[in-house]
Design a protein around this ligand. Sequence first.
Ligand code: EPZ
Length: 428
Amino acid sequence: MIQPSGPLRGTVAVGGAKNDVLPIMAACLLTEETSVIEGVPQVSDVLMMADILRELGVAVELNGPQLTITPGRYSGTTATYDLVSKMRASVCVLGPLLAKQGEAQVSIPGGCVIGPRPIDLHLKGLQALGAAISSEHGYVVAAGLLHGARVHLAGAHGSSVLATGNVMMAATLAEGTTVIEQAACEPEVADLVAFLCAMGARVEGAGTPVIRIDGVRQLHGARHQIIPDRIEAGTLMLAGAVTHGEVVIDGARADHVAALSEKLREAGVEVDVLDGAIRVRAPRRLSAVDVTTLPYPGFPTDLQAPIMALLATAQGVSVLTEKIYPERFMHVAELNRMGASIAREGASAIVKGVPRLSGVPVTAPDLRAAAALVLAALAADHQTELSGLEHLDRGYQHLEEQLRQLGAVLERVEIPSARQAEGVPGWS
Ligand code: EPZ
């Protein structure tokens, strides 16, 4: 049961960013030499990416936060359906495999509960570099020698994080210069550039919409420290706000969470930038604010569900609009079960603040919805039973310990109930 936890207080450290590690693990495929990555969160998405690399013949060792990847003369070129279907991000092995091995077969990633997950921009970019792309029996098949090109990488919903990564990684070994326009500017893309440069790639424009890559003949291994997880930092900031407490998130990068900080201040939360940390204080009931998700540096779509949990009990009406994943509202029904008053209108959710939510059995439908339900439960009027924690474990290594450190009362146990699929872990 997640208990109403009163105002959270104290200091907690933020972990390494899952969405930074995954493409960097794929980038290791660009060389035979060993790379060592530090500060890696032990979350199931990282374990799944390790299995994909092992299936290609790459040696992967995870010792706590240190990941050692030794590709050697690996021969694999196929990422199979059973692994790719579990984690869409595995599509980012396509570019490196194509560049290093001259061919790749990657299962077409299915959609997921947050909406369709097309890869047309990935394929458009790789085709521009000279790859012949076809689809055979549910696999994307790519082959060819790559040459530099000028590529526009934005679709109806703006830039694409992993498409930018895929094309950039492929271009590092292409013959000639590639310019990616409308590239994604997320910190994880900028950090992938830093890793590629440490491997000997020639890449400029990190964090800007125009990235230039001058192809080189080969790359070497590198050591790299993963950046702090801005979504985990934001989730912890929201935990302090929703419980009207005072928390310090150690290691959080203020520039990476600026859009959230601005919205929190607008809602009446005090957000202070300290030396290498961020402090959040929310002494009283908060005011409604409107939020629209956008590519970085706009408000991140991954914090749309978590901030909805905060706004569910804010004073007034908030409108949350999804410009990235218009279907990303699976958490609305669960929050409404807890007594929230939220209505869907197309790509928006209209959140009428209520005084308090009620603790009831709820089930997490996806990763960030799971985080939102944890936040809602912390401030509910009595205990909450949350199931579906396998979603939470994809992206948060130790959210329960972090919250306990701040005074939250929650415990993870098996829930033997008809409501619960057999053996699925839950918090009770
Ligand atoms: C990354 O996914 C993140 N995942 C997502 O985090 C995050 O929500 C997303 O970026 C947006 O910030 C990882 O980094 C592993 P996109 P990605 O390509 O790269 C459309 C989480 O919770 N699009 O930037 O797959 C797409 O449908 C996860 O940690 C195309 O149309 O997202 C979406 O509307 C969820 N064609 C928009 O672009 C394409 O070829 C942005 O998607 C690719 C994407």
